[in-house]
Design a protein around this ligand. Structure first.
Ligand code: ZN
Length: 419
């Protein structure tokens, strides 16, 4: 496997939840010499690499020697969360001799893709003493079983799933016992169950990432949306720190994009604005800095699906391995404008990376991402891009094996662009 695609596969396996993705991201940054900037501590203006963590969101940046108040910022933004099934506060349910786990749908998941998969559980336990314990049970623990076709002969005419009734995973036989899931997870995390006050837990598919295709040119994996972008951003920021220019490169991975970004740690919250204001040298210097800054909003895009070509715009189709796509939408569902697009094309040209352009059909509304939200909040010119995938929001998505390296190289050029 291409080195970067293999590294992406490893990153995905290590990151079953946003909390784990953040932990793995800052582990990599710390290994490269970045140090933590606590939100509550005095702001460090020293040159060098820093990261800041809050829950499932992180920001990281590199201050070059030449930087000062008003220095331009080059920001790359992505998201750490993915559609999934989230475990409810009182999870222990069951009926007719089956023990089950109560779940809520998180984000716009393709529910059918979660059926008949071996599922693990991961997330965080919040203890009474204020501490957090991450937990990841990476063995087959749960399954949302399909109904046998003999009991619904019409199922292939169109599967209908009721989120309340049909998505409850089983996790064994017997009668449900109140508190047993938390007890089990506390033991896995090495904490006393009586000390667990609350939890943020999700289920996840355990099938490891794999190269696919006769020529191995595709990568099948969970959570490519949007860990592929977070991962490329980490490589880009570390490369930008190695080849620092006069601009300040910044990477941010937000939680809660899949549910609209409206949260304390989401892209609509104040966290990035606070970081950028401090990096710009405070409120007085920030208008000048922001005017010369640019943001690259990176999230996966739709590869043209060969079985549903009529849903794609014929002159703006994208294909895996043809490079990350520039995303354009007249109604600002993507924030890209012509000067921003030019900056992206310059980055790709400088990096020797192919790129393509995605535009949706007039009759098929496209999705959106953090780009327009950040542009609205910060007033910084923003460009939306992303690598093409099939099966977006499935438990298992598909991208090109060359595109992670393409994206990392183009993002590196963007994060160091002095123009
Ligand atoms: Zn996404």
């Amino acid at each position: 496997m291409d080195d970067l695609a293999q590294d992406l596969a490893d990153f995905i396996v290590d990151s079953p939840t946003p909390y784990h993705a953040v932990a793995e991201a800052v582990r990599r940054l710390a290994a490269a010499g970045f140090t933590e900037q606590a939100e509550s501590a005095p702001w460090s203006t020293e040159p060098g690499g820093r990261f800041l963590v809050r829950d499932g969101t992180f920001a990281a940046w590199y201050v070059p020697e030449s930087a000062g108040p008003g220095s331009p910022l080059r920001i790359m933004a992505a998201h750490t969360d993915s559609p999934t099934l989230r475990i409810k506060p009182n999870p222990d349910v069951g009926v007719a001799g089956w023990r089950q786990v109560a779940v809520e749908v998180y984000g716009g998941a393709l529910w059918n893709s979660w059926l008949d998969r071996d599922l693990g559980v991961a997330g965080r336990l919040a203890l009474y003493d204020g501490s957090i314990a991450l937990v990841d049970v990476a063995r087959p623990l749960l399954r949302v079983p399909q109904l046998a076709i003999h009991l619904d002969r019409q199922v292939n005419q169109g599967l209908k799933l009721d989120a309340q009734q049909h998505l409850l995973p089983i996790w064994g036989l017997g009668a449900p016992v109140e508190g047993e899931l938390v007890e089990f997870l506390a033991a896995e995390a090495g904490v006393a169950a009586a000390e667990v006050a609350a939890h943020d837990l999700v289920v996840y598919d355990l099938t490891p990432p794999a190269r696919l295709g006769e020529r191995f040119e595709l990568l099948a994996a969970p959570r490519l949306d949007n860990l592929s972008s977070v991962h490329a951003g980490l490589h880009a920021l570390l490369a930008a720190a190695e080849h620092a220019t006069d601009v300040i490169p910044v990477l941010v991975g937000f939680d809660h994009e899949e549910i609209g970004s409206g949260s304390a740690t989401g892209a609509s919250g104040p966290l990035l604005e606070n970081v950028l204001t401090a990096l710009a040298g405070g409120h007085d210097a920030r208008a000048a800095a922001f005017a010369r800054s640019r943001c690259l909003s990176v999230d996966v895009t739709h590869a043209a699906h060969p079985n549903y070509l009529h849903l794609h715009e014929p002159t703006h189709r994208t294909l895996p391995n043809d490079g990350p796509a520039l995303k354009v939408n007249a109604n600002q569902r993507y924030a890209t404008d012509a000067p921003g697009a030019a900056a992206w094309h310059r980055a790709c040209r400088d990096a020797g990376v192919p790129t393509q352009v995605f535009v949706g059909r007039n009759t098929v509304p496209c999705g959106s991402t953090v780009g327009p939200l950040l542009a609205t909040r910060l007033g910084i010119r923003t460009v939306d891009v992303g690598i093409p995938v099939l099966s977006m929001h499935s438990a298992r998505e598909l991208c090109g094996v060359d595109d992670p390296a393409h994206l990392a190289a183009a993002a590196t050029a963007f994060l160091t662009d002095p123009i």
